[in-house]
Unconditional design. Structure first.
Length: 82
């Protein structure tokens, strides 16, 4: 049995003209993998950036995946930011 534990954060975004920003995110993975702890998609809080060109999120990620078989592509994790 194989396991992957992803720990990290979505720290910030920059280069957007809007002052109110949030980030929707989703973790994609191949067949056979399943989440046993944490969530595979979510959304950060809204940041209202009045003085800088940065939106700070500091959104924590803590996802635990498990599989009984490793098949298909070696690149099994795909991040998608909206």
């Amino acid at each position: 049995m194989a396991e992957v534990h992803i720990i990290g954060e979505i720290e910030y975004a920059s280069g957007f003209p809007e002052q109110r920003l949030f980030c929707r995110w989703e973790l994609g993975f191949g067949g056979g993998w399943r989440v046993i702890q944490g969530v595979s998609k979510g959304q950060t809080q809204i940041d209202l950036s009045e003085y800088e060109d940065f939106a700070y999120f500091s959104h924590p990620l803590d996802i635990h995946l498990i599989t009984k078989t490793i098949q298909g592509q070696h690149n099994f994790i795909r991040w998608k930011l909206f």
